[in-house]
Design a protein around this ligand. Structure first.
Ligand SMILES: C[S@@+](CC[C@H](N)C(=O)[O-])C[C@H]1O[C@@H](n2cnc3c(N)ncnc32)[C@H](O)[C@@H]1O
Ligand code: SF4
Length: 291
């Protein structure tokens, strides 16, 4: 049976223990009163029904996903065929029991870093590398290969090889790079954006990377001109579901394009009647990968 491709972003909590200067989601601090939130049962339903009816892949994040203590019960309740389609992203600072079965079956477990030095990590994330690096090492020890998730911006665009060398020296082999988007809190830090000259240098560095690790670079459509070889990932349907059940399309514009509120009784019919094809200036349209 043909199934329509669908990229889903599910934000499970609005709060975060960090206050990164570039946070496009504008995560609230931990004192924020969460009044209205999807239950674990709701999220399980959303994941299962969308994967059953679409060729759907999920990015599950927040805020900080592991501030929701009940999140493990969601993943532990899902069959492998659903877990295989989930990528989760964490800031790596929240302790949890990593002996959880589900971790083996996720599509990706991403941990966010800004570079390979405490200086850059502190400047953007307000923390050192220690905690997220320790989590990554613990996972590796448990035979789970985390993805090193890097946002590329003015402070690190010319250090990509150093960053890869640093993390691969610990045995990490999966990397995922996205470009900084000046949106949300990032709007106040336009100076982190890359100009065309910066991007030209970055594109050259990407072309000359050695292939000992798996890398994925995802860029918005205005970067097409810098590459001859890339995978076109534009124009796929997109769905963004916020922690409170607000449903929109673009993951970068949370709250700005809401067209429904989650209700189990009509969820699938509302989604299937909506044109979800999405092609904005922020979303990834090309991918350069050796994976
Ligand atoms: C919003 S965070 C949520 C997950 C988790 N709190 C974390 O930081 O890993 C998801 C990812 O978006 C990245 N990010 C945040 N602001 C961004 C921006 N303005 N442009 C591009 N990526 C951004 C983060 O570095 C992180 O890798
Ligand atoms: S980028 Fe992630 S860790 Fe940083 S403030 Fe936003 S949600 Fe929190």
């Amino acid at each position: 049976m043909y199934k329509q491709k669908l990229n889903v972003h599910l934000y499970v909590t609005p709060i975060c223990n960090l206050q990164c200067i570039h946070c496009y989601y504008e995560a609230k601090n931990t004192k924020f009163k969460i009044e209205d939130t999807l239950s674990i049962k709701d999220m399980k339903y959303i994941i299962e029904v969308l994967i059953d009816n679409y060729d759907a892949y999920f990015d599950i994040e927040g805020g900080e996903i592991f501030l929701r203590e009940d999140i493990h019960s969601l993943f532990n309740s899902l069959d492998k065929k659903y877990l295989n389609r989930l990528t989760i992203t964490t800031n790596g600072t929240i302790d949890f029991d990593i002996n959880q079965e589900y971790l083996k079956y996720l599509d990706e477990f991403r941990i966010s870093f800004e570079g390979n030095t405490n200086k850059i990590q502190k400047q953007i994330r307000g923390i050192t590398l220690e905690k997220p690096l320790n989590l990554a090492k613990k996972l590796l020890k448990n035979k789970i290969m985390p993805t090193i998730r890097i946002t590329i911006h003015k402070q690190n665009f010319n250090k990509i090889s150093d960053i890869i060398d640093f993390y691969s020296s610990y045995g990490f082999k999966k990397f995922s790079f996205y470009e900084f988007i000046s949106i949300g809190r990032g709007k106040n830090y336009n100076e982190l954006s890359l100009n065309d000259n910066d991007f030209y240098l970055l594109a050259n560095e990407i072309k000359n990377l050695n292939n000992n690790i798996d890398y994925k670079f995802s860029f918005p459509k205005h970067r097409v001109k810098f590459f001859k070889n890339y995978i076109n990932i534009a124009g796929v349907s997109s769905l963004t579901i916020d922690y409170n059940g607000n449903i929109g399309i673009c993951p970068w514009k949370i709250g700005q394009d809401i067209f429904a509120k989650f209700d189990k009784d009509n969820f699938l019919s509302i989604i299937s009647n909506k044109n979800l094809i999405h092609n904005c200036d922020y979303c990834s349209a090309i991918r350069i990968t050796n994976a």
